[in-house]
Design a protein around this ligand. Structure first.
Ligand SMILES: NCc1[nH]cc(CCC(=O)O)c1CC(=O)O
Ligand SMILES: [Zn+2]
Ligand SMILES: [Zn+2]
Length: 328
């Protein structure tokens, strides 16, 4: 064989093959999404998200204690209110007795080393189920939406969140949140992670089921990006950097690896997150159950593809399993 043809043959040992990775998955790269509900003793399985549940605040110690021992470094909280009175501006989102604020305070006390991020959105708390404040005709009213989102983000920062992550997609919200954090003295206490390139995806189904946050009319296509919108995604990433985002996120992950790679090029000096969303997780689990592949192999393959594309942080429902797998 000609020398110039030799490629694989030079790396016959598994260790030398592992050196082909520019970066490998570590526990610190994983952020675990968890659902907090307002019945403090609740533990309710989510059938469309196998292995995931809605948790009451009193259950968090038993749920997360063993994971923190295994090396869990960060979580992102989603509020799932069942008992509250929803309204047009999502008033329960920053209720000081609401599940998210109580969970932040509880987790800070229980696990001093755990990094606590909070999803910030109105859809779980609005009567119409949309992510912002609406005009009378049902269209998004951007300015009051951004102002309201900033109010909620600041309340989470004041409760002790290390990171706020707006997933609403309203224009101008990154600037509004950064301003609100700085003006209230939280500019150097709280990270701002923007769901910058969030696409209108069919893969959010299990999440909406889990969070009870499906819109009561219409869809989210006017504020989430069309799946074909490579250019709009690039503009959103550039805009959010200019508006003060500390971390950029792409969501979903696997069908949008090119966008992750674009983000790595547009924001080379920022941490870059991606969210392997509920439907992606459910697909990987369903395929394994159908015998298409081995679950662990596929979980690693999908996650490593995101790292290869440029991510430094992955929001993953597989986090508890990876804490075991990465020790083996
Ligand atoms: N703003 C709500 C929100 N925040 C995170 C997700 C999706 C997460 C997942 O599917 O795992 C969604 C759903 C949506 O926008 O409809
Ligand atoms: Zn929302
Ligand atoms: Zn959200």
């Amino acid at each position: 064989m000609d020398i110039s043809s030799v490629l694989q043959g030079g790396y016959q040992h598994p260790l030398s093959r592992s050196w082909q990775a520019r970066r490998t998955l570590t526990k610190g790269m994983l952020m675990y999404p968890i659902f907090i509900t307002d019945d403090p003793d609740a533990y309710v399985d989510i059938p469309s998200l196998p292995g995931q549940a809605r948790w009451g605040v009193n259950r968090l110690e038993g749920f997360l204690g063993p994971l923190v021992k295994k090396g869990l470094k960060s979580v992102i909280l989603f509020g799932v209110p069942m008992l509250c009175q929803k309204d047009g501006s999502g008033t329960p989102a920053d209720d000081p007795k609401g599940p998210v604020i109580l969970a932040i305070q509880t987790l800070r006390l229980l696990f001093p080393t755990l990094y606590i991020a909070c999803d910030v959105c109105l859809c779980e708390y609005t009567s119409h189920g949309h992510c912002g404040v609406l005009h009378e005709d049902g269209t998004i009213n951007s300015e009051p939406s951004a102002a309201r989102i900033a109010e909620v983000a600041l309340a989470y920062a004041k409760a002790g969140a290390h990171c706020v992550a707006p997933s609403d997609m309203m224009d101008g919200r990154i600037k509004a949140i950064k301003r609100a954090l700085i003006d209230a003295g939280y500019g150097n206490k709280c990270t701002l992670m923007s769901y910058s390139a969030k696409f209108a995806s069919a893969l959010y189904g299990p999440f909406r089921d889990a969070a009870g946050s499906a819109p009561s009319f219409g869809d989210r296509k006017c504020y989430q990006l069309p799946p074909t919108a490579k250019g709009l995604a690039r503009r959103a990433i550039t805009r959010d950097i200019a508006e003060g985002a500390d971390i950029i996120m792409v969501k979903p992950a696997l069908p949008y690896l090119d966008v992750i790679s674009d983000a790595a090029e547009l924001a080379p000096d920022h941490p870059l997150a991606c969210y392997q969303v509920s439907g992606e997780y459910a697909m990987v689990v369903a395929g394994a159950r159908a015998g298409v592949y081995d679950l662990r192999t596929m979980a690693f393959e999908t996650t490593e593809s995101m790292i290869r594309a440029g991510c430094t942080l992955i929001l993953s429902y597989f986090t508890p399993q990876f804490l075991d797998w990465l020790d083996e």
